[in-house]
Design a protein around this ligand. Structure first.
Ligand code: NDP
Length: 318
């Protein structure tokens, strides 16, 4: 394989809504972006079914199809989209160095990081079997499909508490499965959960299996880890809210991040602590985590990169 170096004005890492939107803007600004897709081209949305909350699709669209549309739009303006993963980076001096697939080094004037975050799963085979068919890791995305129905949600942090409250507005009953005898979530969030009449909290409860009829979820088998009692709770939807892991391992020691690994950006911008390196989408957003917010911040990253390059050019001319 080729080992020659390549230099680009704008390198985009990651191919979810943030990366593709950054690519559309960067390509239209003639930055001639190169994008490396990562191992899961299209990102988290390629693992979902219907997307009904992305503006512009009045009838909704399947997640993989939507990401295909994003890709085509980025390509239409000349983004060079390549399948490959970034194995290491060196942001210690300009231009920034990025190693792809462990062999190819690319230098870049600007780097836009859109590597996203990965939802944590329980690791049960049935969870994967019914993923998109009753199992989801995003209540805001998929709660609507369970209007008036019974659902369960596992987790005890702020996300689980917030999503349980959100689901309670749509669903008949929300069974909140907490593995210990207490929440991790903040007191205010827990009070809200406990004050919501259609949320039933099951403490000391672990999920054994998600049960279904081959097509859809029908129940969840849980065990009380104090009494060893096993019961099946009839539900149509099963939500996992046990946290996310931002995909930032390769940036450790180079970019500022919080204690859980989310990249830190200057408020109101996509600027990281390194000049010419920008971050957008879920990799820097533990709070909203929506396709549309990721896309919005992808646009911001491309504009920030373009302005950074223009300022550098003017400084040279002056
Ligand atoms: P957290 O890491 O805070 O919580 C994860 C929860 O999942 C924990 O309660 C943990 O249980 C539980 N859990 C982990 N693995 C399993 C498992 N295998 N089975 C059952 N339960 C499991 O993640 P969050 O996504 O809730 O929050 C991430 C960050 O985002 C936090 O800092 C949070 O404060 C913040 N946030 C803030 C919000 C707000 O302010 N409105 C809203 C959402 C998030 P255990 O407690 O037993 O370890």
């Amino acid at each position: 394989m080729s080992q020659e170096n390549e230099h680009v004005q704008c390198l985009i890492i990651g191919s979810g809504p943030a990366g593709y939107t950054a690519a559309i803007y960067a390509a239209r600004a003639d930055l001639k972006p190169i994008m490396y897709t990562g191992m899961q081209a299209g990102g988290q949305l390629t693992q979902t079914t219907d997307v009904e909350n992305f503006p512009g699709y009045p009838q909704g669209i399947m997640g993989p199809e939507m990401m295909e549309d994003f890709r085509k739009q980025a390509e239409r303006f000349g983004t060079d989209i390549r399948f490959g993963y970034v194995s290491s980076v060196d942001f210690s001096s300009a231009p920034h160095k990025v190693v792809v697939d462990e062999i190819k080094t690319i230098t870049a004037d600007t780097v836009i990081i859109a590597t996203g975050a990965t939802a944590k799963w329980l690791g049960l085979p049935s969870e994967q079997q019914y993923n998109g068919f009753g199992v989801s890791a995003c209540a805001v995305c998929d709660g609507f499909f369970f209007k008036g129905q019974d659902v369960a949600i596992v987790g005890a942090g702020d996300t689980a508490a917030e999503e349980a409250t959100y689901l309670a507005k749509l669903c008949k009953t929300v069974h909140l499965l907490v593995r210990r005898d207490e929440f991790r979530a903040s007191k205010a969030m827990v009070s809200r959960v406990l004050a919501t009449p259609n949320i039933v909290v099951h403490y000391n409860t672990e999920t054994r299996e998600i049960l279904g009829n081959g097509k859809n979820v029908t129940a969840v088998k849980v065990i009380n880890n104090k009494t060893s009692e096993e019961i099946d709770i009839a539900v149509e939807g099963f939500f996992v809210a046990i946290g996310h892991k931002p995909n930032t391992d390769i940036f450790k020691g180079q970019l500022d991040m919080d204690e859980t690994g989310y990249l830190l950006t200057k408020p109101g911008s996509t600027l990281t602590n390194i000049e010419g390196v920008f971050a957008c989408g879920d990799v820097q957003d533990m709070y909203y985590r929506q396709a549309v917010t990721a896309a919005g911040s992808g646009c911001m990253a491309a504009l920030d990169a373009e302005r950074y390059l223009a300022a550098k050019e003017h400084a040279v001319e002056a």
